[in-house]
Ligand binder design. Structure first.
Ligand SMILES: [Ca+2]
Ligand SMILES: [Ca+2]
Length: 320
């Protein structure tokens, strides 16, 4: 637990934009340092922009700490070049309300692996996740972490929020085969599944990153797929940067991100707050989408998911 708290403090410092943060990223990824600064500036810009009254607080905002963000040199809106590719993010969840005013035009593909009669989001979880990642920067509602990214609605959890490992595995394979580079799986499954692990490994082998919540039991027990080596496990922090009480933690958790009282899109053009490691995972998926724009294949393996993961690990990791 002490190690985790240290990590959370480090995470908090990262969000403050302190020099050591960029320094660490730069030292580990010299090739991409300028681009990473751009990505960071972009995020800082989005957070400041969200103070405009027409756009209520962005998910996960450290509202009390925004004055630190003003210390970061942010580009003007017209000068943003970081997000020049439309990265495809698969949202494996309870579906997405693709007609939401803040998600219109975002969902390029949808598939329903559940018994529900519709791929749309009845339960309300997947639409919230989708907004954190990709809500439009359009002067209404909220702005997602990667507002230029595009989404795949891969419904793997039913209208009560339940899902099975084998179904999630199918969803992962479908998403990868249809071009997703970021696979956000905001579900937690208690029992390990060889099928699920194989699907995660397949996604990694095809150049995608897989991101999943560490779980909401407030303990150290692993959940899946987050526990698997090729999946980035995300714990949730509160507004003050401390670990959210509901968040799981432990040596198997990779990074931490905002996941408490997160404001985002809900079905039928509404908005609201939710808490949980699911939403922390969504935040990291948005960052991953941004990073796919800026990293280069520094080790020559013809994939950039390893560089994206390295950047996330170095900037947001829970030090052990
Ligand atoms: Ca918006
Ligand atoms: Ca590479």
């Amino acid at each position: 637990m002490n190690k985790l708290l240290v990590g959370v403090c480090i995470l908090l410092a990262a969000f403050l934009g302190e020099g050591w943060y960029l320094g660490q990223v730069q030292s580990e990824l010299m090739e991409t340092k300028v681009e990473l600064v751009d990505a960071w500036n972009r995020i800082a810009h989005l957070e400041r922009q969200s103070r405009v009254p027409s756009e209520p607080p962005m998910p996960g905002l450290y509202a009390d700490q925004q004055w630190e963000l003003t210390q970061v040199q942010a580009p003007t809106p017209g000068g943003i070049t970081t997000e020049n590719r439309e990265i495809l993010v698969a949202v494996l969840d309870t579906g997405i309300d693709a007609k939401h005013e803040d998600l219109k035009g975002k969902v390029l593909a949808e598939v329903n692996f559940t018994d529900s009669p519709t791929p749309h989001d009845i339960y309300g979880h997947g639409t919230h996740t989708a907004g954190i990642i990709a809500a439009s920067n359009n002067g209404i509602g909220i702005t997602g972490v990667a507002p230029e990214s595009r989404l795949m609605n891969v419904k793997v959890a039913d209208d009560m929020g339940w899902c099975q490992a084998s179904v999630v595995a199918l969803g992962i394979i479908w998403a990868v085969d249809n071009g997703a580079l970021v696979i956000n799986i905001s579900v937690e499954i208690r029992e390990p599944s060889a099928e699920l692990e194989e699907a995660v490994n397949y996604a990694w082998s095809q150049g995608a990153v897989v991101i999943a919540p560490a779980g909401n039991k407030g303990g150290q027990s692993p959940v899946y797929p987050a526990f698997y080596a090729n999946c980035i496990a995300v714990a949730a922090t509160r507004q003050d940067g401390s670990l959210a009480p509901l968040s799981n933690y432990g040596d198997w958790v990779d990074v931490a991100a905002p996941g408490f009282n997160i404001y985002s899109t809900l079905p039928n053009n509404s908005y609201g707050y939710k808490s949980g490691t699911s939403f922390a995972a969504a935040y990291v998926s948005g960052l991953a989408a941004l990073l796919f724009n800026v990293v280069r294949d520094t080790n020559g393996d013809n994939k950039t998911n390893d560089e994206v993961r390295a950047a996330l690990d170095s900037a947001y990791s829970i030090k052990r």
